[in-house]
Structures are given as structure tokens and as C-alpha cells.
Design a protein around this ligand. Structure first.
Ligand code: WTA
Length: 678
């Protein structure tokens, strides 16, 4: 996009895959016959004119302790408050209210990675008991009060949602940090959120190995301490209760095994705290344009209403479905579409500990057959991985999906077709759902029984979401013109985050300032929400998402900030400057490639390259591991000294570097080219 070109930044949108428009595919009559949403009238009911009152329809899917008085309060624009005056408890809505009808039905089915370990169904009754006991422990042993933050750094095990729901029962704000993140990353998030309690686990399985996890807690506590936050208690779940799976010692007086302490809380029940609808439910940290990750603050009533509504109509979840979302609960997809949305609808949701290609490429399909999964949800990067590892595996297994979701990045039409024909056996409706951590739930997707599917396009906006595409100068790009621009959402919706934890200014600046029509206005119509993605809309109203316009790289569907990676590189003593660019990758979509230059007196060595990789892994986690680290003697720079990442990205992706005559050191370009492309 031109704005970034002038500053020398590179964006994903610049290396976007531009595939052809595709034909439609249509869902089967069987699917339509059973679908939750078959009424096209929903789009009229959720028209722009009917914002905000239309969202009553979603809020009415929930059980309120006290009904709200005002649907949308805009007095603190652009911090929107939904369902004001309402009182509600999320754990009550996800558990207690289902007991009368479904207490003996599985809420979760846990699938451990080792195949010799049996699947563990957890009924709604059992979930009720375990969440209550954990809530009692958090309140009476750990001193957690309504409004306190609790950081949870755990792998994919049922104790993770049990801890989340226990927090929700107390009205405490959970902040789940993806288990694959490093101890340092966790510690920084503890520091930012001010959590005094860290909940973790000793170990977990991944690719056949029982990985140590408790050591990360020690690192996290140390880092939090440097940030001025003292963690009082570290609560450690055991992967095998009663057995130690970690070599890291427990620190007396600080670290406690949850399963030991829980014995004191046997049989305890905790009254769900009636929370104001607009109280925060959780924080989810994500990468943004500058500096450190930001804590997206999500609400209680609005969030739950939105994920319940979209789970019902877009995911088409019924209580009798067996639903498997392969995301990690440590990301927003897992929060909204493994835990809160499905449970609000009394669904059965699968939690899988491991990687879907271990021990072989048939694993995922064996699970699908055994549990008779009929709704499947994953990311393009996983689809590409499964296709590469076992293109002919799915037909060997007897499972039948009625519905499949893709999320997290654009999906190439060829990959979409394999997903549809081979994984879905031509029987499943597919939804390509576009949204972000900040949004709580889906923004664009087809409604599966109402729209045709078009490979490579996310689809139209979902009910109650009204996108608009602006160009760099703030002019509206005509709807349906297939012209790229910055996609914004014109209206507030209840799933949207409320602010950035502790940084309202950054929230306003980053998401609302750019296209704001009047900064003093209390009318939501003056405040289009900037998504940070480039997109184009076809004449049929379907959107194609082209990628990020800011300094975020979408690696295998996970958001990483280039600035975060660069700061990790600069921790290496020899490194003077660092620059990270996205490189297109066949399986992972995008991967980071790092360029560094060294301080005077140091010469390039493999050792320095290794140090850079280690520093990135240690600071952020293995997901940020670069595909390559190049040590260059100088970076291409503008005359004002700014690193031209656009040029580095063009070289890395073997596309035209464009105009380099304005560089202060154009000769560097050839040198870097030789290094990267030879
Ligand atoms: C990208 C994940 C194309 C997009 C839920 C967005 C997508 C970022 C899609 C958010 C999709 C997500 N098609 N691109 N269906 N879904 N994205 O916060 O660039 O981890 O801004 O939320 O992923 O990533 P996040």
C-alpha cells in the first residue's frame, strides 16, 4: 500500500497471492435441511439501520441474571459498552444452565497425544464439579477476587478451560498465554496485566515427547519481577496427577500442585458472581504495529452473546454435534470457538493435546472416525501440512463432516479444493472465516446454508457486520469494485474488544484514529474500526483478504510483530541493526526472514546466526523461529537512514525491488541479492 511504500515498510499485502476468481460450490440439501440458519431475512434484521438493537437476538441466546437496560452506550466513544445494566455469569451460561437437560453429555472430550492413552470425556456434570472446586481453590487458597487478573500458561488439556471457567465463575479476568510461548513472553504478559497468580502445568506431549513446561514458569516469574510484578503463587497442574513429569524443582511457599490442594476443596460449590455485562472477561495478548504485545480486553455479556450467535449460525453447532476445532485454546480462536461459543450452546467440543500428524498423517482422521466428529475447524497452514503429509489418508477413514471451517489466513483455491473434496469428501459445507483477536468472533464468512462457497474468498460480511474499504486518502473504494484498500468496519458489534488493557490511547490511535470523521463525536457512525488488513470486494459482495498492512507477519496463522522479533535480535550483543521481513512459504503461509548487520569489530559467523535464532526463540517462542538469518554488512537505507524493509522483502520473495534510486546506498541491493538468491 502506498502509505507504507513511502516509509519503506513492507506489508504482507504487498506479497499477497493474487489468485483468480473462482466458481461457487453449494451446500447439500441434507445440510440445509438441518441448518440453524436458513432465513435470508437475518440480513435485513441485522442491517446498518438496525444497529445496535438487532443484537438482542444474540443476547437472547443467553441466560441473564438481570436483563440489560441499554443495548449500546456510546458515551465514552470509541470504547463501546454493550447491554449496559445487564448482569450475567459466563460459567453459569456455559455449564450450570445445561445441567437439567445435558448433565450426562460430554462437554469436552480430551484426546491425549499418546494413542495408548484413552480419550477422556468430561460431562457437563463433571465440568460443573471441577470448575466449582477450582473456583473455590482460586478464591480461598490463592486469594483471587472479582476483577483480579490470573495468567494461565498451559498446553491443550481440559484443565485449561476448567481454570478459565473457574476464573469466569468468580468474575476474575483470565489472561491465557499460548503454551508454546517462552517463559519470557509469559512473564512480560504477567507484568503488563499485573497478575499475582500464574497457573501452569508440569509437562505435556508434543510430537511424541513429554516436554518440560514448569521451567517456563520460573522464567516467567523472574521476568514479571523485573517488570515490577510479584507473582505470589504458581499453581501447577500435573499432566499425570500424583506423578512428577518435570525436573524443575517446586519453590517452597510459592509453587503448589493443583491436584494436591484441590483435595481440600472437594465438594465445594461457588455461587457464580453476577457480573455487569461490560465487565472484562479476559485479556488476550496479540502483536501490533509497534513495540510490545497488547492486551485486548474482552467483555463478558457482549462477547458471550457474539460467540454464541456466530457459533450457532456460522459454525452451525447443535447440542448433538461433535465439534472439533484444532486451534490452540491459547489463541482467540480457541477461546471463542473451542470453549465459550460451543459451551454456550451445550455442544461437545474436542480438546486435542498434540500435533495432528503424529505419529502419522492418519491421526486426525482416526480421531474423527472414533469420535464421529461432524464439524471440523482448522487453519490453512494445517490443511497444507496434512495434505503434504498424507494426501490420500482421509478416504481410508470412515468419518463424515457436515461442516468445515478455515480460519487465520487466506486459503489458496488448490488447498481449498483438497479440503473440500478429500477431507470433506465432497459432503461438507465450508466456511472461510475472517476475523482477528480484537474482534471476538467472525467478521466475514458465508452463512453455510444461505450462500455458495467460493474458494479463496472469505465471503460476505456476517449478519450485523458492515465493512467499508477505504483508500489511503480516506475515500471510499466503491463496493464490489474488486479494488484493494484498507478494510474497516463501520459499526460496533458486541464481540469487539473494549480497549487495550491499560492503554486506551493506543487503542484509539491504532484502531480508530485513521479514518475517524470527528474525534469529538459520540456517534458510532463517526468511528470506523481499522482492521489492519487489505482486502477487495467482488461484485457478488464476497471479500478477499490480502494480508496485513502493518508490521505484523502472519506466520502459520499466528500473528507476530516484526518489531518484537527485531528487538529479540538486538539482544544479541554483536548485532547492530535487525530487520525482519515476511517470506511466502508453501506450508506456513508466511515465515520470518531476518537480516542483521553487526557492530564494528565483529565478523559474520554461524555462531552469531545461531545466537540470533536462539534469542528469538527464547524471547518469543519457537513459532517465531526464522527461516533464515542473513548477516549483511549494511542494510538498504533511505537518505534519512530508515531501513528499507520493502527492498529486503522483495529480494527475499524474488519479486521486483522497484525503484531504489532514492536509497542512500543502492549498491547494497546487489550484494544482498547475491547472498539471498544464489
Ligand atoms: C488474518 C485469528 C484471510 C488477517 C482469528 C487478520 C485471515 C489476522 C483470515 C488476525 C481469513 C484471519 N482469511 N486472512 N479467513 N482469518 N486472517 O488476531 O490478516 O490471530 O488480520 O486472529 O489473521 O489474526 P489473529
Amino acid at each position: 500500500m502506498s502509505n507504507n511504500e513511502t516509509t519503506g515498510e513492507v506489508t504482507e499485502a504487498q506479497i499477497a497471492v493474487h489468485w483468480q476468481e473462482e466458481e461457487y460450490f453449494y451446500p447439500s440439501t441434507e445440510f440445509i435441511a438441518q441448518a440453524n440458519m436458513t432465513d435470508k431475512g437475518i440480513f435485513d434484521r441485522f442491517s446498518l439501520d438496525n444497529i445496535p438493537e438487532c443484537y438482542k437476538e444474540y443476547a437472547d441466546l443467553l441466560t441473564w441474571d438481570k436483563y440489560w437496560e441499554k443495548t449500546l452506550d456510546t458515551s465514552d466513544a470509541p470504547c463501546w459498552k454493550w447491554f449496559v445494566g445487564g448482569k450475567i455469569n459466563v460459567s453459569y451460561n456455559c455449564i450450570d444452565r445445561h445441567l437439567a437437560q445435558y448433565k450426562n453429555k460430554a462437554a469436552f472430550i480430551y484426546v491425549p497425544e499418546p494413542e495408548q492413552e484413552p480419550h477422556q470425556p468430561i460431562t457437563y456434570q463433571e465440568l460443573y464439579v471441577r470448575v466449582n472446586e477450582m473456583a473455590a481453590l482460586l478464591r480461598d487458597f490463592a486469594g483471587v477476587k472479582t476483577g483480579d487478573r490470573v495468567t494461565i500458561h498451559m498446553p491443550m488439556v481440559p484443565e485449561l478451560p476448567i481454570t478459565m471457567l473457574a476464573c469466569a465463575r468468580l468474575g476474575a479476568i483470565h489472561s491465557v498465554v499460548f503454551g508454546g510461548f517462552s517463559g519470557r513472553a509469559c512473564g512480560e504478559r504477567i507484568g503488563d496485566s499485573g497478575s499475582k497468580i500464574l497457573v501452569t502445568m508440569d509437562a505435556y506431549y508434543r510430537s511424541g515427547k513429554l516436554l518440560e513446561h514448569k521451567d517456563k514458569a520460573d522464567e516467567a516469574v523472574k521476568v514479571a519481577d523485573e517488570e515490577g510484578v510479584t507473582v505470589e503463587k504458581v499453581l501447577v497442574w500435573q499432566r499425570y496427577p500424583g506423578k512428577s513429569s518435570s525436573k524443575t524443582p517446586m519453590q517452597e511457599g510459592r509453587d503448589f500442585f493443583v491436584n494436591d490442594v484441590l483435595k481440600q476443596y472437594w465438594g465445594q460449590r461457588v455461587e457464580p458472581v453476577q457480573m455487569p455485562a461490560e465487565a472484562p472477561l479476559f485479556l488476550m495478548y496479540t502483536s501490533g504495529t509497534t513495540g510490545r504485545p497488547k492486551g485486548c480486553q474482552h467483555s463478558t455479556g457482549g462477547y458471550l452473546a457474539y460467540v454464541a450467535g456466530t457459533s450457532k449460525y456460522v459454525q452451525d453447532i447443535h447440542p448433538e454435534d461433535v465439534y472439533w476445532c484444532m486451534a490452540d485454546i491459547g489463541w482467540i480462536t480457541g477461546h471463542s470457538y473451542i470453549v465459550y461459543g460451543p459451551l454456550a450452546l451445550a455442544a461437545t467440543s474436542i480438546i486435542f493435546e498434540g500435533v495432528p500428524t503424529y505419529p502419522d498423517a492418519g491421526r486426525a482422521w482416526r480421531i474423527a472416525q472414533q469420535l464421529d466428529v461432524n464439524i471440523f475447524h482448522t487453519a490453512p497452514t494445517t490443511v497444507r501440512m496434512l495434505r503434504k503429509a498424507g494426501p490420500d489418508e482421509p478416504p481410508k477413514y470412515d468419518y463424515h463432516f457436515k461442516h468445515m471451517t478455515t480460519v487465520g489466513e487466506p486459503i489458496e483455491p488448490a488447498v481449498w479444493r483438497w479440503y473440500y473434496e478429500v477431507v470433506g469428501k465432497g459432503e461438507a459445507a465450508i466456511v472461510d472465516t475472517w476475523w482477528q483477536t480484537e474482534n471476538g468472533g467472525f467478521l466475514c464468512s458465508t452463512i453455510p446454508a444461505l450462500h455458495g462457497m467460493k474458494p479463496g474468498s472469505a465471503g460476505p460480511a456476517v449478519p450485523g457486520i458492515h465493512p467499508i474499504i477505504y483508500d489511503e486518502d480516506g475515500n471510499e473504494v466503491p463496493a464490489g469494485s474488486n479494488k484493494a484498500g484498507n478494510i474497516c468496519i463501520q459499526n460496533p458489534w458486541p464481540g469487539a474488544f473494549q480497549t487495550i488493557w491499560g492503554d486506551r490511547d493506543r487503542y484509539v490511535r491504532q484502531y480508530y484514529e485513521r479514518y475517524c470523521k470527528d474525534p469529538n463525536s459520540k456517534d458510532w457512525r463517526a468511528w470506523p474500526y481499522l482492521t489492519g488488513d487489505a482486502a477487495m470486494q467482488a461484485p457478488d459482495g464476497y471479500y478477499r483478504i490480502l494480508g496485513r498492512i502493518d508490521d505484523v507477519i502472519n506466520v502459520a496463522g499466528h500473528r507476530l510483530g516484526t518489531k518484537e522479533i527485531e528487538s529479540a535480535c538486538l539482544l544479541v550483543q554483536e548485532v547492530a541493526e535487525a530487520s525482519v521481513v515476511p517470506m511466502a512459504d508453501e506450508i506456513r503461509g508466511r515465515v520470518p526472514v531476518i537480516f542483521v548487520s553487526l557492530k564494528p569489530g565483529f565478523s559474520p559467523s554461524e555462531e552469531i546466526q545461531k545466537k540470533v535464532v536462539l534469542s528469538v526463540e527464547d524471547t518469543i517462542g519457537k513459532i517465531a523461529r526464522p527461516a533464515a538469518v542473513y548477516i549483511v554488512h549494511d542494510m538498504p537505507k533511505t537518505r534519512s537512514g530508515k531501513i528499507m524493509r520493502r527492498v529486503l522483502a522483495a529480494i527475499t520473495n524474488r519479486v521486483d525491488v522497484g525503484d531504489i534510486t532514492t536509497l542512500a546506498n543502492p549498491e547494497v541491493v546487489e550484494e544482498v541479492k547475491k547472498m539471498v538468491q544464489s
